[in-house]
Design a protein around this ligand. Structure first.
Ligand code: TRP
Length: 458
């Protein structure tokens, strides 16, 4: 077996790799998306099903992605093609990489817009605009941002420029410095907010909403959303983690790294829920209000807690940071591909690809104002972009990746790469990757189409 080396440099240590993967996983998905999705899908049962998906589907797929990435050491398209051929299968596996890069384009296009909201809130909080906040004043503030598409476009543009700037510099120099800082800081701020939620908001109601499952609310659609959320929040299913795995030195435990990242990511999402929902119920807000949820609740906490004046800008600053480290991961696969196949410099590739995604972002911006009445399949354009990417492309990509890791790669290759010997950990991964994860994705897909119900299977 030839050992390849990456063309983009390597992570300088195992710890930095853990930080980079955690930095890509922890982001708006945990703090912005998880609470509003849980709110729209009835709470407890959604949360429970999401947790099951994280462990049974997300974790084995993350392990597979890192493993395949380190084996191939190229961008996701080339990696799947090369390793596919090496394992005596077809080069068409490269198409999975194409699907992933497409998903990355779609996700980053709206991700950057929402990160722009966080950026705008950073400056609003710097200016002390949350002081003595009430649900009405904050509602007006947020409504003002949504109604002003030009302002949203400016914040989106700034965020996209920040992302391109880092990706253009390359993994080691660009990424490492930032991930070291953001994560611990964010955790501290969330813990302070949790104390506020326990003392000053309706913690009991929030807890009940999140952890007392009402299985009647778990519709096939909600199950699909929960599975999509598991993929989204872990950054798996599109080759992003595969691209990061390509820069991972030999001899790092893929299993341990993945387990840490999954645990950290899940804790931060739950923490965020435990902060948001007590505030929602204490203020008579609607848990199902949608993508604006954190922007309508957190300012209430900051506006009314001691020190909130100073903590608010720190929090939103860190949120932008966390979104930034994720956005970098969303852009990296496409840039790595462009550099490797077209021989472009990282700079040119970053700018060209970033500009296309930036333009795509306007569809999301306009979904909240000019085109907010426009409905497709019962949702706005943003809802459709998110649904297509998160709930369809990511699970589909993940399905192919886990089939690839479990079936196409032979036992020798995966055992060699994972380096777990033939112990129970390897056996458990292989069982999940070969059987449970693919079956679960398929069942949820079929269930969402209503087919299982029609045949009386559920
Ligand atoms: N996981 C990120 C978050 O929770 C979002 C995301 C989805 C992502 N897919 C990704 C980030 C791929 C990096 C790479 O905010």
């Amino acid at each position: 077996m030839v050992k390849r080396t990456s063309l983009h440099g390597m992570w300088s240590s195992r710890f930095v790799f853990v930080l980079a993967v955690a930095g890509s996983a922890v982001g708006l998905g945990n703090i912005w998306k998880f609470p509003y999705m849980a709110g729209q899908n009835g709470g407890g049962a959604f949360v429970l099903f999401y947790l099951v998906c994280v462990v049974a589907i997300g974790l084995p797929i993350m392990i597979s992605e890192i493993m395949i990435g380190r084996r191939g050491r190229r961008n996701p398209i080339a990696t799947m093609r090369i390793v596919g051929e090496e394992e005596g299968s077809s080069p068409s596996w490269g198409l999975v990489g194409v699907l992933g890069i497409l998903a990355g384009f779609l996700i980053l296009s709206f991700y950057s817009v929402i990160a722009g909201w966080a950026l705008s809130y950073f400056f609003l909080s710097l200016g002390g605009r949350f002081a003595q906040a009430t649900p009405e004043t904050i509602g007006r503030l947020f409504g003002g941002l949504l109604g002003n598409w030009q302002a949203m476009a400016i914040w989106h543009t700034i965020f996209m420029l920040l992302t391109i700037a880092i990706v253009a510099r390359g993994v080691e120099r660009g990424l490492e410095k930032f991930v070291r800082l953001a994560m611990p800081g964010l955790l501290v701020l969330l813990l302070i907010l949790l104390v506020y939620a326990v003392i000053a908001a309706d913690f009991a109601a929030g807890w009940k909403f999140l952890f007392r499952p009402d299985f009647a609310a778990l519709t096939p659609g909600a199950m699909l959303e929960a599975m999509g959320q598991a993929f989204f929040t872990l950054s798996v299913g599109m080759g992003a983690i595969m691209a990061y795995g390509a820069y991972l030195p030999e001899g790092t435990s893929i299993l341990r790294t993945s387990a840490w990242v999954v645990a950290a990511d899940t804790s931060i999402a739950l923490l965020s829920g435990l902060i948001i929902f007590p505030i929602v119920f204490a203020n008579g807000l609607d848990p199902a209000s949608g993508p604006g949820l954190i922007f309508e609740t957190l300012p209430l906490a900051f506006g009314n807690m001691p020190g909130g004046r100073f903590l608010a800008p720190i929090f939103f600053g860190l949120l932008v940071f966390a979104a930034w480290t994720s956005a970098i991961g969303l852009l990296e696969p496409a840039v790595a591909w462009s550099v490797e196949t077209h021989g472009r410099s990282r700079r040119v590739a970053g700018i060209v690809i970033g500009t296309v995604i930036w333009a795509l972002g306007f569809l999301t911006i306009l979904s909240f104002n000019v085109l907010s009445e426009f409905r497709l399949f019962g949702g706005t354009i943003f809802d459709n972009i998110d649904h297509l990417a998160s709930n369809i492309f990511l699970p589909l990509g993940g399905l192919f990746i886990t089939i690839f890791g479990g079936w196409v790669m032979c036992k020798n290759s995966s055992a060699d790469e994972l380096d777990l010997g033939s112990g129970p950990a390897y056996g458990a991964w292989r069982f999940l990757a070969r059987w449970l994860a693919p079956a679960a994705v398929l069942v949820v897909f079929l269930h969402a189409t209503g087919i299982l119900g029609r045949f009386g299977l559920v």
